[in-house]
Design a protein around this ligand. Structure first.
Ligand SMILES: [Fe+2]
Length: 347
């Protein structure tokens, strides 16, 4: 089977089942080359105090929220590589479906998940608050670890939601879980492979704690197919490139350094973590008594208000942090993040 017909098979599978897995980094050397380079760039991220990879973000999910993680050289190189394959995939989709379309890549996060992390998400569909009617958005990731990763979904369940991109993160009601569990399939994503799924496919995240023996590294990858010629988050793209800022995620959310839960229920732990790990602490943050927990009230905070220093939950750009920027984005690289016409591939 040649690579042309092979990609056609992946495109057809993506249409019919809503999910496919494509080899991207072929051979151990290719994978290790990216793995080692991204690790060393992560160690050198300028926003942090230490080189420890385990302190790059707070929370079990492990997806990073610092600007360097979006703009460091090897991450960008990997996005260029996957863009070429995505272009090929979408050309084959047009051949399967017979209609031309515009394609843009969507910025998404680099992730470093601890083996002991207990991260669970019940059945849901990923959705984009900025998507237009008729847009199709594909999510997925590249497995950059030496160990297999997995995706649990109900193949074919993407069809119902296709014409309704919805808003944000759509949980599926509990009453439907038993039915979905009976239809669930676990998709293996081997080291170096790229899993692509229609974001409207029903999927869940099971606890990986018993499975992983080392941190799981992945680069999340998003693509949008649209009739529009305006990028999904067009209003902020110039600033993202020029200042090397954290971009909005495909969902429309901003990537946090720690969750809202950390900033409320686990505030003290979060303050300590920020002080130990993040260079940009402050300005002083003020909270009101109605938001303070009982323990802090007992500690006798004056007038129900406390002052403390903490890193910002949504980190400023590298430029705003006064840190050196990585290589400037040229026009070719910028154009990957704007809708580009994909011609129908003829037989
Ligand atoms: Fe999801």
């Amino acid at each position: 089977m040649d690579s042309h017909s092979e990609m056609y098979t992946y495109a057809r599978e993506l249409c019919q089942r809503g999910v496919t897995v494509i080899p991207l980094l072929i051979g151990t050397e290719h994978l290790v080359w990216y793995h080692v380079r991204i690790r060393s760039e992560m160690q050198a991220f300028p926003e942090f105090r230490s080189e420890s990879l385990n302190n790059r973000v707070l929370g079990a999910f492990g997806a990073l929220g610092n600007p360097a993680s979006f703009h460091s050289p090897t991450v960008r190189e990997l996005r260029r590589l996957v863009h070429g394959r995505a272009h090929e995939l979408v050309r084959n989709l047009t051949r399967y479906e017979g209609t031309p379309i515009n394609m843009e890549q969507l910025f998404d996060r680099l992730s470093w998940r601890q083996p002991q992390a207990r991260f669970v998400e019940s059945w849901h569909r990923d959705e984009s608050e900025s998507a237009l009617a008729g847009d199709r958005i594909f999510g997925g990731w590249i497995n950059l670890s030496r160990q297999m990763q997995q995706f649990v979904c109900f193949p074919g369940s993407h069809v119902d939601a296709k014409d309704d991109p919805g808003r944000g993160f759509a949980k599926i009601p509990k009453g439907e879980h038993a039915c979905l569990d009976s239809q669930a399939r676990t998709i293996d994503v081997n080291p170096g492979e790229w899993i692509v799924f229609d974001q409207t496919i029903a999927h869940k995240v099971s606890d990986g704690a018993r499975f992983y023996f080392e941190p799981a590294m992945r680069l999340y990858v998003g693509f949008r197919l649209t009739k529009s010629d305006r990028a999904l988050h067009a209003e902020e793209m110039d600033r993202v490139f020029a200042d090397q800022a954290c971009p909005r995620l495909p969902s429309g959310q901003r990537p946090p350094l720690y969750s809202a839960m950390h900033a409320s229920v686990h505030l003290k732990k979060t303050i300590r973590w920020c002080a130990d790990n993040v260079k940009d602490i402050g300005p002083a943050f003020e909270t009101k008594q109605k938001n303070a927990n009982k323990k802090r009230k007992r500690a006798g905070s004056e007038g129900g208000r406390e002052m403390y220093k903490i890193a910002r939950r949504f980190m400023p750009s590298l430029r705003d942090l006064g840190l050196p920027l990585y290589e400037e984005y040229n026009q070719a690289e910028r154009s990957m993040y704007a809708p580009t016409r994909i011609r129908v591939l003829s037989e």
